[in-house]
Design a protein around this ligand. Structure first.
Ligand SMILES: [Zn+2]
Length: 381
């Protein structure tokens, strides 16, 4: 029988927003619906919207999820810097913080700084004195879906198997969810811009390259968290193209932010990371634009295979190199190398949320974890 958690889920998804609507969708008795709703109102998980109809007549009171029930904190760990965000339960970002730390310095140093930043956000007025419900961390590498630990991340030395969830749960006493950054960003963009898309991919092109896949509103991470990790697909026999993963000829080694930064440096324009390239692109640098477009062509070649396998409705480009030249490059090779049927309804566009994408996605993952029907039923039992 549907419990209060199932009722909360119906309201969150907009499938029922009044007692009458819940009765209709669930088939529960009027009295049981009243009990479920009362339990959720008492727990402050739902609130009643007291507005009346335009004619002044009484309208059934609308039930809405209380987005101020508790707060969430997310950390987006990038290769060279980390951003953190404070969010409400609707995924709205209320405050942000950021700091520079190299992921290559290892998990202890990075997570120490993450914890400090989280405490700064919890001291922010927008934290509002309500409890913290969870911490979400996205990292630039694959995550074991069972344990939330990094799973042989190619560009994160010292992080393999590191117990990120335990480390932060010990510190903050809440549950911690860890996800791949491209997965989190894909979910964030899907939530805000393409809620009805059954299949969406986001290619994050920063210092490295990764793809997040969202199918039917859920991240598809793969059996070992490696789905969409296209940065290490071999695309060239060029012995110069040495990748930080230890292999040779990887896509990331020829089209990632680091590769473009190196090419820029050779032209006398100092750059070392994806973020540096992004800054040159924003400044309108012609060499940065040309090299980024060329990188886009290489990425489009690999994405043609992804599109042929998944036939998605949306392919978004995000990360530090996301720009008009990157988009143009990807389109140049993706379309001619894919069958028309696979691209007939395909939108290829720039992501729109920037650094917030992964925060919004992590906030949604946290809500789905902490306020799932089963979790709420257990809490209110
Ligand atoms: Zn590689």
């Amino acid at each position: 029988m549907p419990g209060p958690g199932d009722v909360l889920d119906l309201v969150r998804r907009g499938r029922a927003t009044t007692r009458g609507g819940i009765l209709e969708v669930t088939g529960l008795s009027r009295m049981t619906v009243a009990q479920r709703v009362d339990a959720l109102l008492e727990a402050r998980l739902l609130i009643e919207d007291g507005t009346h109809g335009p004619t002044g007549g009484r309208r059934p009171r609308r039930l809405v999820v209380n987005s101020d029930h508790s707060r969430l904190v997310t950390a987006t760990v990038n290769t060279t810097h980390t951003t953190t965000a404070l969010a409400d339960l609707s995924g709205r970002i209320l405050a942000r913080d950021s700091f520079d730390v190299a992921v290559a310095d290892g998990p202890e140093r990075t997570l120490h700084e993450v914890a400090r930043s989280v405490r700064r956000l919890l001291a922010h007025p927008a934290a509002g004195g309500v409890p913290l419900a969870g911490v979400g961390v996205s990292i630039p590498g694959p995550v074991d879906p069972e344990t939330g630990r990094p799973s042989q991340p190619p560009i994160m030395p010292g992080w393999d198997g590191y117990p990120i969830p335990d480390r932060l749960t010990d510190e903050f006493g809440v549950s911690v969810v860890v996800a791949n950054d491209a997965d989190a960003a894909a979910l964030g963009e899907q939530t805000v811009g393409y809620p009805d898309s059954p299949a969406l991919c986001l290619v994050k092109v920063s210092t490295g390259i990764g793809t997040g896949i969202v199918l039917d509103g859920r991240v598809y991470a793969g059996v070992d968290g490696g789905a969409g990790d296209i940065g290490h697909v071999r695309v060239t026999d060029d012995p110069q193209a040495r990748c930080r993963c230890g292999a040779q000829g990887c896509l990331a080694a020829v089209a990632g932010g680091r590769a473009v930064a190196r090419a820029l440096s050779e032209l006398g324009i100092p750059a070392s990371s994806g973020r540096d390239v992004g800054a040159r692109l924003a400044a309108g640098d012609a060499d940065a634009a040309r090299l980024t477009q060329e990188a886009g062509r290489r990425i489009g070649e690999v994405m043609a295979t992804v599109v042929s396998v998944l036939n998605p409705g949306v392919v978004l480009l995000g990360g530090a190199l996301a720009s008009t030249p990157l988009l143009a490059g990807v389109r140049e090779t993706l379309y001619p190398r894919s069958l028309p049927r696979a691209t007939r309804h395909l939108t290829v566009a720039l992501a729109t949320l920037g650094d917030d994408a992964a925060s919004v996605g992590m906030a949604r993952l946290l809500v789905e974890n902490e306020f799932s029907p089963a979790a709420v039923n257990a809490r209110l039992a």
